[in-house]
Ligand binder design. Structure first.
Ligand code: SME
Length: 168
């Protein structure tokens, strides 16, 4: 799909820039709210055509809303519910070109038409959180977006290990 970021028009360069900036923002930080708040702001600011970007964290048997950019969203999501709950249940990224076709999709913002959810693992390899991106465009996300964002998730997971943070 075409990119209209004012910063960079080449998607590969844009994701390289995003990963480098994410690594820079994490460097020296030790607090998980501060770290993920800045990452959500960076992603929302840099990637075009998003209306929501943020984190949900595993707390007991629920996903709890974490730092994000966009409209207020549902606070709690059960395993298996919606796109986020499916990512948790399967421990797999979810690329949803049309959320209206996804059984059980949880509509937090009526403007959302497509969604990308990427699992995050703690230093023991357990699913501990996820990154959720929503777009008002149909088909906004494909495998190249997932590939582009995986280094950002990798930096966050390495940061957790290096700072001895075991949950977000
Ligand atoms: N649409 C998600 C819920 C979270 S919001 O998009 C921020 C879902 O179906 O799990």
């Amino acid at each position: 799909m075409s990119y209209t970021s004012p910063i960079c028009t080449d998607p590969t360069e844009l994701y390289d820039l995003l990963a480098a900036m994410a690594e820079g923002l994490l460097n020296g930080e030790t607090d998980s709210v501060s770290a993920t708040a800045n990452l959500s702001a960076l992603i929302y600011d840099l990637l075009p055509d998003l209306n929501w970007a943020g984190f949900y964290r595993v707390k007991g048997d629920l996903l709890i809303l974490g730092p994000f950019q966009g409209k207020p969203a549902c606070n709690r999501i059960a395993k298996g519910k919606g796109v986020c709950g499916a990512a948790w249940q399967t421990d797999r990224a979810q690329i949803v070109p049309d959320v209206h076709q996804f059984p059980g999709h949880i509509a937090c913002d009526g403007a959302s038409n497509s969604e990308l959810v990427i699992p995050i693992h703690d230093p023991s390899g357990r699913f501990c959180a996820l990154l959720d991106l929503d777009s008002p465009l149909l088909g906004r996300f494909d495998a190249s977006d997932l590939q582009g964002l995986l280094p950002v998730i990798g930096h966050l997971e390495k940061w957790m290990e290096a700072t001895d943070v075991h949950s977000l």
